[in-house]
Design a protein around this ligand. Structure first.
Ligand SMILES: [Zn+2]
Length: 186
C-alpha cells in the first residue's frame, strides 16, 4: 500500500514530523523530492507554489528532525537541546507571510516565500514548547506518531491515522485474550 501524506497531527509542525510515517516500524519517508515538498507546503495550509529546490528539501528535513527531537524531549519530560532550539529560533526569526490585498483578493505574501514557510513551521513548533502547551501533546503508542489531542475531553491515546492504530491494538488484545482462553480450555 502506498502511504499517503496525511494532515491529521493537529498542527503544522507535527504534520511535517508525520511525513516520516510509521516511525516505530518502517519509518517511511514521504518527502522524497522537492516536488513532494512543494505539494506538501500547499496542502499544509501554507501558500501554494512556494519554490523548492534540493537544498530546500534538505533544510526542511533538518527542521523536521529538530521539531521531532524538541517535541519528543518535552513529551519525555526532558530539555530541548541547544542545537535544536538554535535552529528553531533562527528559522522563526525570519518574517512570516503577511496578508496583502492584491487584485481584489487577500494573498499571503513574502519576499522570501521558502524561508517564510520554514519560519511558519518553526514558529508553530516553538508554540508547542513550554510554557505554551505541552499538555495536549501525545505520542501514539502503536506507530509513534506525534499529535495534538484536540478532542474535547482530551483523552485521545491513538493517532487517527488511516493505518488504524487504535483498531490494531484492539485486535491484538482480542487475539491475545483468545489465545489465553484456548490455553485454559486445553
Ligand atoms: Zn498511530
Amino acid at each position: 500500500m502506498v502511504r499517503q501524506v496525511e494532515f491529521i497531527a493537529g498542527s503544522l509542525c507535527l504534520n511535517l514530523v508525520d511525513t516520516i510515517a510509521d516511525r516505530n516500524g518502517k519509518a517511511l519517508e514521504l518527502l522524497n523530492t522537492p516536488e513532494d515538498l512543494r505539494n506538501w507546503i500547499g496542502q499544509a495550509g501554507l501558500p501554494d507554489n512556494v519554490p523548492v529546490d534540493a537544498a530546500g528539501l534538505a533544510d526542511v528535513r533538518l527542521l523536521r528532525g529538530a521539531v521531532f527531537n524538541a517535541v519528543s524531549s518535552v513529551l519525555d519530560g526532558g530539555q530541548v537541546s541547544a542545537p535544536d532550539a538554535d535552529l528553531l529560533n533562527t528559522l522563526a526569526r525570519v518574517a512570516d507571510f503577511r496578508p496583502q490585498f492584491v487584485d481584489g483578493t487577500v494573498r499571503h505574501i513574502s519576499a522570501h516565500p521558502f524561508a517564510s514557510a520554514l519560519s511558519s513551521i518553526a514558529a508553530d513548533a516553538l508554540n508547542l514548547l513550554p510554557p505554551a502547551g505541552p499538555d495536549r501533546l501525545r505520542r501514539c503508542p502503536e506507530c509513534g506518531m506525534l499529535f495534538l489531542d484536540k478532542s474535547r475531553p482530551g483523552n485521545r491515546i491513538w493517532c487517527s491515522s488511516a493505518t488504524g492504530c487504535g483498531n490494531r491494538a484492539k485486535v491484538r488484545r482480542h487475539r491475545a485474550k483468545k489465545t489465553e482462553t484456548a490455553r485454559h480450555e486445553r
